[in-house]
Design a protein around this ligand. Structure first.
Ligand code: SAM
Length: 222
């Protein structure tokens, strides 16, 4: 999707992907994902394509250094306002950076693909990030994540799979098998959760889907 697509979604408040609470799989599997990651107790955590997710503040409050990357300044501002976190703003290279005053949390507003391609993070939480990108950008996205991850780093990846012919994305369909295609050369992959959630997703049934399989996988760098 073009940047203009996402910016206009945010302008029109069409953010059905946003979860009202911290993601349940982050609560269930986050401790394991982080304990297996490189680094000391305080991890450098990246949340790519972060929107205004509550997961950002949750991770920072656990004591980690958290960086979100998001195209929309409106989303970044909402992430801080809704968590009642005072913040400052500064320009750093291609990014307008929103920084919490009292927590180790920043959201870099700009394009994910402009992140310097050097190992800077111990752990990545991809919730509905890979599935937000057009399929032809996925391989580049996965390569870029691998470049910014330190040796020994871990990914926690939440994706959705459905018959792509029944609906055009986003979210685009990404299965656990697709994930392996992008990551298995560099990571061991353990799928922690996989379930057809179509009965809980009336909006996707209305859009024509008969299956909507959500999965969360833990990837450890080999
Ligand atoms: C499906 S939403 C998921 C947001 C968030 N991960 C969540 O769980 O609520 C995808 C987000 O990625 C942002 N986005 C899309 N392409 C991007 C890019 N190239 N760089 C940074 N952000 C991007 C969009 O603005 C949107 O907020």
């Amino acid at each position: 999707m073009e940047a203009s697509f996402w910016l206009s979604r945010w302008e029109q408040n069409k953010t059905g992907f946003h979860e009202a609470e911290v993601h349940e799989d982050l609560l269930k599997y986050g401790e394991r994902w982080l304990s297996l990651a490189s680094g000391g107790p305080k991890k450098d955590v990246l949340v790519p394509l972060c929107g205004k997710t509550k997961d950002l503040a949750h991770l920072a409050k656990l004591g980690h250094r958290v960086v979100g990357v998001e195209l929309s300044a409106k989303a970044a501002q909402a992430a801080f306002d809704e968590a009642k976190l005072p913040f400052t703003q500064e320009q750093q290279g291609p990014y307008q950076v929103f920084k919490a005053q009292d927590l180790d949390l920043e959201v870099r507003v700009g394009n994910f693909f402009k992140l310097p391609a050097k190992p800077s993070f111990d752990a990545v939480w991809d919730r509905a990030a890979m599935v937000a990108l057009d399929p032809d950008r996925r391989a580049r996205y996965a390569e870029h994540l691998i470049q910014v991850l330190r040796p020994g780093g871990t990914l926690l990846v939440n994706v959705m799979d459905y018959p792509q012919a029944q609906m055009s994305g986003p979210p685009h369909a990404v299965s656990v098998v697709d994930l392996a295609g992008y990551y298995e050369k560099s990571f061991s992959i353990e799928t922690l959760y996989e379930e057809d959630q179509i009965d809980r997703e009336p909006k996707f049934r209305e859009r024509g889907l008969d299956r909507f399989v959500v999965s969360t996988s833990l990837l450890r760098r080999v």
